[in-house]
Design a binder for this molecule. Sequence first.
Ligand SMILES: Cc1cc2nc3c(=O)[nH]c(=O)nc-3n(C[C@H](O)[C@H](O)[C@H](O)COP(=O)(O)OP(=O)(O)OC[C@H]3O[C@@H](n4cnc5c(N)ncnc54)[C@H](O)[C@@H]3O)c2cc1C
Length: 445
Amino acid sequence: MSGHGTPWSDGHTASRPRLHGVRRFDVAVIGAGLTGLSAALELLELDPERRVAVVEADQVAAGASGRGTGLLGPRLGPALTVARRRFGDDVARGAYLWSATAVRHVLDLVERHQISCDLTPGGQLIVAPDEEAALAQQREADAARVLGLPVSLVERDALPSVAAGYLSGLRYAPAATLDPAALTAQLARIGEQRGLTIFERSPVRGIRRGLLTTVSTDDGEIVADHVVVAVNAYGAALRAPAGVVGVRVQAGVTEKLPKAAAKALEGLRTEPLIEHGELAPYFRLTPDGRLIVGGGAVRRGAFGSMAPAPGRLRAAARQLSPALAGVEIESTWAGPVGMTLDGLPAVGHHPDDPQLYHAGGCNGHGLAISAYHGAFVARWIVNGDKDHLSFALPWVRPKAPWVPRGRLVDHALDRYLAHLTTAAGRPRSSDLGPTGRPVGRSAHA
Ligand SMILES: Cc1cc2nc3c(=O)[nH]c(=O)nc-3n(C[C@H](O)[C@H](O)[C@H](O)COP(=O)(O)OP(=O)(O)OC[C@H]3O[C@@H](n4cnc5c(N)ncnc54)[C@H](O)[C@@H]3O)c2cc1C
């Protein structure tokens, strides 16, 4: 039997007040995830006198930030080979460096505020399960070399034992793993210690622009000089930033691993494994010795139920290592990520309203980037747009590329996502043993 809940859900329920009446703040942030709370905290660090409020529909960390799998690592947007072709070398390099800065930003944040979130520094290893993926990795490593980026190709023989059976790997560092819900919850608490006001259970229904901007909920309004929309995958309701589409993804966590399995997978504590490919599985070990498995099923939309598929996650785990043969997935969960058509996020302000900011669309890879975007928007509000270099980057923009809407498009998207999900669950040719049945990866090292 599998339950629903992240390994870090602590049964916490919303305890902060709802927004009532009309309130005046300098900055109103909509959404209490990593983006919104990081923006709020940075605003208060830059200017402790500033009156800042966060308005949250549900409770702190209710969205993706409380349901992530905790892989903090570089990479932003499409693969470097694609990014070079699509955007040119400067942007491809800039995107990677931006993401590396985002990782450092989170590491600094955790250190500076002594945030207790199980931060485990290390790297990330993306592994190739078949020849096609191995070729793609070779090309990616070449692109990284041309761009002068620190991405190294790991040949088959040099892969760590936990990745035996894969054909090659790409190693990214610095990276880390952490408990994203703890990070988010503590950003909220640290913000409150500095004067931040957080309203929970207060879904924003509308934003009225004028000389000042008014954010309205069912029972109240905030009038503010600046508003930051940090709702990511839930943005369609507020129409900002345009072009960020919500989809739900899943993850699961095993029971506590038996000693032998924990030993066999020890390497995943400091270096999670991410299989190359759309919706491909990824794995990491928690400090208390459980395996987190992500990947697989996806549904359209940020809202709505999604029965995660523990069978898929279990199969992915068992394929990773025979040591996981009897190990059960104890709990599964799903959460919303914000996708864009070109794979780049969108951080900036409304085309007609420089007081209305937004950040989102990290395409499922936003643990570091979301926190960094929050801080970036805060600095923009406080310092103005002085950083011309950043403002030339294509994801610093009023909106992401337009995504067509309507029933036909939704239907096509549903079919595409179903196809991806099915393909992700199918064993690759290299996973099939002589009888045509899937075998564990380390069995064919
Ligand atoms: C299962 C899963 C695994 C993931 N794993 C990783 C990973 O390992 N590494 C990685 O880099 N990224 C990962 N991500 C992505 C990462 O978690 C997100 O990119 C990041 O948390 C986004 O933060 P955010 O603050 O922009 O959005 P969210 O955390 O979703 O915050 C948005 C907030 O806005 C609130 N809101 C929405 N509408 C309104 C409204 N109208 N009024 C008020 N509030 C509103 C929501 O309730 C929510 O709290 C994962 C995501 C999921 C779902």
